[in-house]
Write a protein that binds this ligand. Structure first.
Ligand code: NAD
Length: 326
């Protein structure tokens, strides 16, 4: 284990703090600010991303940008992955030039991407077979939570491995919950995002309806947040301009939580529904709404761009959504 110590002059107990070597793979909308928060907390972070511009952006905030996974993980105590989909995580971890080929023998690997529960379990086994430790540790809280270090971590895996990861997770998150055995973090995440996705489409419909009924959006928003329509979605992503600062509508739906990722997560939920015999009619409709936005060329936009379908500024008409399936 690579370990340096740093005297913290402001520390009342004059404690020596460990500076750990951290590898961060995937410096996108979420991973970029999360890696920067670890740097700001005093850790050395080697970051890698296929997109050189994103690596450069993280480097401008103190992340040591490197070109390969090998360079990132070679002496890292902890390896984080924050990648779009399961296939990326699997390739990055188990591929010939991946993490398991180059990481230190006792590395702790923390995957914070959202992937399927069964792939998470498979990766737990693959990592354990090499003698290393793994946590499936997805997050909730959006890009604003990643920037502010106020995410919620839901973690699957061994309690002692979570204990080892806690000093880092506590920097990134306001809450860290041990969801249970391997795969449980992803199980919690997929259900959470399914509920959020269904909430999202209902919120977009309601926000447009409120306007068309002549309500002032700020007035209605304050009523909703004090009433039974209140939710994280309504408080953070309300899709009408100048109501909620963190909402995608205020930045033309650039950045944030993309349509492609919401479509992926709703698809994971629908698959889990099929596997468990659970009818998920509304999750399917929300997934198909996201699929229609992908067909309209909006995969990279924030998923609240769905409001444009409801207000009529975008095709396809809502009536067509139920017939679209991906
Ligand atoms: P993103 O697409 O912005 O970032 C992912 C990054 O991974 C990209 O920059 C991409 O270039 C990089 N990447 C892909 N393959 C790579 C490889 N082989 N090596 C190095 N880099 C690679 O996505 P995001 O919004 O940051 O989301 C990341 C994960 O977090 C997803 O699984 C998503 O579902 C989950 N998530 C996102 C949010 C959100 O609000 N954006 C919230 C919670 C969870």
């Amino acid at each position: 284990m690579t370990e340096t110590t740093l005297s913290m002059p402001g520390d009342p107990l004059s404690l020596q703090r460990k500076i750990m070597q951290i590898a961060w793979i995937g410096l996108g909308n979420m991973g970029g600010p999360m890696a920067v928060n670890l740097v700001l907390a005093g850790h050395v972070v080697r970051g890698v991303d296929l997109d050189a511009a994103l690596a450069q952006k993280a480097a401008s905030r103190g992340v040591a940008a490197v070109d390969t996974i090998e360079q990132a993980v070679v002496d890292a105590d902890v390896v984080f992955t924050m990648l779009p989909r399961g296939e990326h995580v699997k390739a990055v971890l188990t591929g010939p030039d991946g993490v398991l080929a180059h990481a230190t023998a006792d590395a702790l690997i923390v995957d914070s991407s959202t992937i399927s529960t069964h792939l998470a379990r498979e990766l737990h086994e693959a990592v354990r077979e090499t003698g290393r430790r793994f946590l499936d540790a997805p997050v909730s809280g959006g890009v604003s939570g990643a920037v502010a270090g106020t995410l919620t971590y839901m973690v699957g895996g061994r309690a002692d491995d979570l204990q080892s990861a806690r000093p880092y997770l506590d920097i990134l998150a306001a809450r860290v919950v041990h969801a249970g055995k391997p795969g449980s973090g992803q199980a919690a995440k997929v259900v959470n995002n399914m509920m959020a996705g269904v909430n999202l489409v209902g919120m977009c419909e309601g926000a447009v309806l409120a306007q068309r009924l002549g309500l002032d959006p700020n007035v209605f928003h304050s009523i909703a947040t004090m009433s039974s329509a209140d939710s994280w979605m309504v408080r953070n992503w309300y899709p009408i301009k100048s109501v909620v600062e963190t909402a995608g509508v205020n930045r033309d739906f650039v950045g944030g939580f993309s349509v492609a990722l919401m479509h992926k997560d709703l698809g994971l939920a629908v698959d889990a529904g099929s596997e468990t015999g659970t009818p998920l009619e509304f999750a399917m409709r929300a997934r198909d709404a996201m699929a229609a936005l992908i067909d309209a060329g909006l995969a990279d936009r924030d998923c609240t761009v769905f409001v444009k379908v409801i207000d009529g500024s975008l095709p396809p008409p809502i009536a067509d959504l139920a017939s679209t399936s991906h």
